[in-house]
Ligand binder design. Structure first.
Ligand SMILES: [Zn+2]
Length: 246
């Protein structure tokens, strides 16, 4: 083989291996950090749902160990945070680190009771896009009673925009789940799901941005009735993919 031919051959090999590299990058699994603690849940069917998701790997961290993982440095180890905790104590240092991590850009999917975390940390409301209030609260100067919950409700869920990447391909569906009422939803969020169920707020899932992070909150998800619901599973999976930028 001549020197020129050999060079051309080597270049071709390099090109192919780079293409292979790019392919690997594109199909690399999304690494999810699932934060739990402060609220009981049915562990086995919950994690079974995550094991069924194509293209993701996950790791669970429980409070009080979770805050050490929610920092810009520790955040290099995962692509998406899923909050399924309901936790109150947080140091000023941990607040700062979590905000920095999100401002720089890290996908966040907040589920169900995570809406009630950090009652005395006002910024958390802005991160999630809403708040389940344990105490009386004020909306535009009007006093509102504490938020409510109701277990084992059978109700209809309406998909607001079936073209949004989080709800794409999901039609209106029925679910048996816990509802929350009278919780706060910030005006800046983009509603994804609504319901007419009287024990629930109308808007029960939304998307928004916090710093450079995509954020999705889904109120649904108390127990196996939700985890096993095909529409719920698809919703959580598509939310993870969308906040990861896939
Ligand atoms: Zn619940």
């Amino acid at each position: 083989m001549s020197r020129t031919l050999l060079s051309a051959w080597l270049l071709l090999c390099l090109f192919i291996s780079n293409e292979g590299g790019a392919q690997t990058m594109r199909t690399k699994p999304i690494r999810v950090l699932i934060v739990t603690g402060g609220h009981d849940f049915e562990r086995e069917p919950f994690f079974e749902m995550f094991r069924s998701f194509e293209g993701i790997t996950y790791e669970e961290v429980q409070h009080p160990q979770a805050h050490a993982r929610l920092t810009p440095e520790a955040g290099k180890q995962y692509d998406v945070i899923v909050l399924y905790d309901m936790w109150q104590p947080i140091s000023e240092e941990s607040k700062e680190a979590f905000v920095q991590l999100l401002k720089a850009g890290k996908g966040l999917v907040a589920l169900h009771h995570s809406l009630a975390s950090y009652q005395t940390w006002d910024e958390y409301r802005h991160i999630i896009g809403g708040k389940w209030h344990m105490e009386k609260w004020k909306q535009n100067g009007t006093e509102r009673p504490p938020s409510t919950f109701q277990h084992d409700v059978q109700f209809k869920v309406h998909v607001v925009d079936s073209k949004h990447p989080v709800t794409r391909g999901i039609a209106d569906f029925d679910i048996r789940d816990e509802t929350y009422g009278n919780f706060e939803v910030l005006p800046k969020v983009r509603p994804l799901l609504t319901t007419d169920e009287p024990t629930s707020n109308r808007v029960i899932a939304w998307a928004h941005a916090y710093g450079r992070s995509r954020v999705v909150y889904i109120q649904l998800g108390h127990d196996h009735y939700a985890y096993e619901n095909p529409s719920y599973r698809r919703l959580v999976w598509q939310a993870i993919r969308w906040v990861a930028g896939r």
